[in-house]
Unconditional design. Sequence first.
Length: 256
Amino acid sequence: MKQLLRVLKRCSVAVAAVALATVSLQPASAAPNPVVGGTRATQGEFPFMVRLSMGCGGALYAQDIVLTAAHCVDGSGNNTSITATAGVVDLQSASAVKVKSTKVLQAPGYNGTGKDWALIKLAKPINQPTLKIATTTAYNQGTFTVAGWGAAREGGAQQRYLLKANVPFVSDADCNAAYGNLVAGEELCAGLLGTGGVDTCQGDSGGPMFRRDNAGAWIQVGIVSWGQGCARPDYPGVYTEVSTFASAIASAAATL
């Protein structure tokens, strides 16, 4: 198995770009459409989506709490520096709702490996539907939807419009064949093995990976976490396995 440095490549901040340059193993894959290999979302299609001002994504866990990735934030505590933008697919729309943060709670024990989740408390509720999270592994399979305002190609610019794509589940065994350091039970993978071309990318960190539940409602199964480049063949995206942390997330949210 290849032992690769874990690259939190989904974040748009400069440190992620430096890390990518350090461990790049092959050229960026071509992306015919924007997430990578996706299409533009329609207004109201994913009303729970949130763009965070540090260059990450997120989803409304509650109308005043955003669920995102731990690597998108710098520890826990009072924090009024983050702006959440919601209610639109076009970030430049006059209809965009912008709300400041008040607190951040990073996953207890997060050290850069696994446990990649965090909660951001907002100064006031955002009047949009929330995204429920999976509490069992029942939905950790099949085809998932990802969405975000991140780059449409590896090393590319952030997007003005929300992009979406579908990615199939990749088994732990196949994911470990690529990376060798998957945290079993805390992470799950999705992408097109062999061909690549569809994936989340820089700036999509913290955004949700979701699918329909048995009742036809959206349910979040993953959080965009890390991977090797964007949409590269045989290197699927790695996502925080939400169901593993559902109880911890609920308990943490109750303290905010």
